[in-house]
Design a protein around this ligand. Sequence first.
Ligand code: 13P
Length: 246
Amino acid sequence: MTYLIAGNWKMNGTPASAKALAAGLAAKAKAGSKAEIALCPPAPLLSAVDAAVAGSPIALGAQDCHANEKGAHTGDVSAWLLKALGCRFVIVGHSERRADHGETDAMVKAKAAAALKAGLTPIVCVGETDAQRERGETSAVIATQVAGSLPEGATAANTVMAYEPVWAIGTGKTATTADIAAVHAQIREVFKATAGEAGGLRILYGGSVKGANAAEILATAGVNGALVGGASLDPEDFWKIIQACP
Ligand code: 13P
């Protein structure tokens, strides 16, 4: 299975910085890389990044989409527009969207369904908060989120899952490899029960992945790539993560 390393730039970057970052990575990737790479810039920078990675194997991804194809939804972006702009991936259900915008599993499921209909691969994010972890609810939360966020028609081939413990995002803390392996195994099980099969399903880990810890995390059983926030804005460190794929 080819590893996927996706850079989630979140709400960072300018047209100039996005172009420079993406062009630098594209030049490296053209010479060969150890993983499939996706860059997920803020929506207004998609075209600049698309132009910068043209002719390279780097794929374009977005950070969110609306559940509808078009209509009166001020400020939102349709999965069909993302597809037309050259996206191959779209992140849905990121914990920052769940927290900042009150996105529920049902909303995430509708967004993932739209992504599939538009011909995009949704990267469906799940993960427990610190309080949920402290209360020993991790496995219950993961089961509910995976089962509730997967739309009809989701398969191991057209969908990517991402496990991002909320407490590990942007904190410098990472889950232990034993915990990551256990949660990834559970995600695979629930995905199989929900979608019918999970062979070949890629499950990414996210949460303070850096060049320094990538090799250990990426070598963990059941981990098929990484969803990288902060370190994806640093070209050297992001490249280290890509090259750390087994
Ligand atoms: P950090 O890598 O900055 O912890 O962010 C992880 C993340 O949320 C990626 O989607």
